[in-house]
Structures are given as structure tokens and as C-alpha cells.
Design a binder for this molecule. Structure first.
Ligand SMILES: Nc1ncnc2c1ncn2[C@@H]1O[C@H](COP(=O)(O)OP(=O)(O)OP(=O)(O)O)[C@@H](O)[C@H]1O
Length: 239
């Protein structure tokens, strides 16, 4: 008998009513979200809203106190070292490259880890616009280039889901625009946690807005732009 088909609404990564408590502090409360195959979903919110905690739940760094995750309808209990096996890749805040390895070697490590051929590293370096730096050590390269190399190392795994934690952090306006083009051209699903609103609005198909750990809005960029609860959350944070 063929395996039962995954219902359309179960496809991709689904967060079901996720809650996270740190002692008495509620960092996430009833957060539900789906990242369908091939779509880019953004998570935004003021400082302390719970974005990084949500990211850490998906990566397996933080276990949810309540709720559950599924991947294509199957229960998912993420563990950081097992993500690659599930077809999930991630970049973290900052860069995190191996300082003693060249750019190419860093990306080849990513390929090896994911069981991909080593020569796929070249193709990804080219796609990310950093092939000219292949034989350089990361330490001497501009920050924006190092961030692209970190992205290349994640992409070489050909993930079905890419998790990006503040990829625009520390980048200039032109570099963010280039990053946006790169993200838009990706074939995989993307979960993007990001402060930089222009990037989020440019690349996301849908956006979840958190405030004090709770979802306050969810919709397309156009809907989020004009949502009063979103404006309140950000104005409240700025006040
Ligand atoms: N390991 C932890 N232990 C205790 N409290 C934590 C821990 N991690 C996060 N918090 C708290 O949980 C809340 C949500 O934090 P989180 O870092 O997820 O927010 P954020 O939206 O990513 O903020 P920022 O935009 O500043 O990065 C905050 O009040 C934070 O202080």
C-alpha cells in the first residue's frame, strides 16, 4: 500500500501552539505558524518579542514547554546535530566560520556534513557571489563576504528548509539588497527571523508578528504594513 499522502495544510514545517517558559517568564505563548515548501516566512517583533526563542525551538536549542512541531505531518523533535538529516540548514546571528580553514574548505565541510559532493561547494560559492575569495581565510574578509560564505555553507546542503537568524545584522543597505535578491531566488522554504523591515517586506510571502511572546498579526507584507496592532507593538517598544 502506498504511504498516505501528506495533506496540503501539513506540508512543510508546522508549529502548533508553541509555548516556552524560562522560569516565570513567558517567552512564547500559543505561537502557530506554517512554513510551506518553497515559501519564505518572516518573523518580526520588537526586542524581547520571542523571535530568537522561536528560532531556537525550531533548531532544537530550546525545547517548547507546550505545543508541538511537525514536518510534512510527522512529529518533529529537532536536535541541532540532526537538522541536516531532516533537510534543514541554518545560519546563526553573526558568522561562525572556521577561522583556520579557507572559504572553500568551510563550504566543503558543509557539503561533507550533508553528504553532498565536495565540488558542489564551488557552484554554491559562485551562486553566493564569493567564489573569488575561495582560497582566502575568512578572518581577512569583509563582514558581508563572511556572512555570504556562512550562507553558502548552509546552502551547499541543498536544504528543503533554510533557517536564517538576523542575516542582515551588520550589513549596509546595498549588501542587504543583494542578500534580498539571493533569498528571493532560493528554491527552498525559508524561515527568516529579522529586524530589518525592508528586507522582510521584500522577500517574505507571509509574516508573523510577535509581541511579548504572543502572535499579534499574521499576513502578507501588504497586510502587515497596514496592521494597527503591528504599529502599536512597534510604537510601544519605541516609547
Ligand atoms: N535562556 C533564557 N533564559 C531566560 N530568559 C530568556 C532566555 N532566552 C530568552 N529569554 C527571554 O525571553 C524573552 C524573549 O527573548 P528573545 O531573545 O527570544 O527575543 P527576541 O525577539 O529575539 O529579541 P531581540 O530582537 O532583542 O533579539 C526575553 O524577555 C528574553 O530576556
Amino acid at each position: 500500500m502506498p504511504p498516505p499522502e501528506t495533506a496540503e495544510t501539513d506540508k512543510g514545517l508546522v508549529l502548533h501552539q508553541i509555548g516556552v517558559r524560562f522560569g516565570g517568564l513567558v517567552a512564547l505563548d500559543g505561537v502557530s505558524l506554517r512554513v510551506p515548501p518553497g515559501r519564505t516566512v518572516g518573523v518580526i517583533g520588537p526586542n524581547g518579542a520571542g523571535k530568537t526563542t522561536l528560532f531556537n525551538v525550531v533548531c532544537g536549542f530550546v525545547a517548547p514547554t507546550t505545543g508541538a512541531l511537525t514536518l510534512d505531518g510527522n512529529p518533529l523533535r529537532p536536535r541541532p546535530h540532526r537538522l541536516a538529516r531532516l533537510g534543514i540548514a541554518r545560519t546563526l546571528q553573526g558568522v561562525g566560520l572556521f577561522a583556520g580553514m579557507t572559504v572553500l574548505e568551510n563550504v566543503m565541510v558543509g557539503a561533507e556534513h550533508a553528504g553532498k559532493p565536495a565540488d558542489s561547494a564551488w557552484e554554491v560559492l559562485e551562486r553566493c557571489g564569493v567564489a573569488e575569495h575561495a582560497h582566502a581565510l575568512p578572518g581577512g574578509l569583509p563582514y558581508a563576504v563572511r556572512k555570504r560564505v556562512a550562507l553558502a555553507r548552509a546552502l551547499v546542503a541543498e536544504p528543503r528548509l533554510l533557517l536564517l537568524d538576523e542575516p542582515a545584522g551588520g550589513l549596509g543597505a546595498d549588501e542587504i539588497a543583494q542578500l534580498g535578491e539571493l533569498i528571493t531566488g532560493l528554491p527552498c522554504a525559508v524561515l527568516l527571523v529579522e529586524h530589518h523591515m525592508d528586507l522582510v517586506m521584500a522577500v517574505c510571502d507571509e509574516i508573523l508578528v510577535l509581541d511579548f511572546g504572543k502572535p499579534v498579526a499574521h499576513g502578507t507584507p501588504a497586510e502587515i504594513r497596514t496592521n494597527e496592532a503591528v504599529a502599536d507593538a512597534y510604537l510601544g517598544a519605541a516609547a
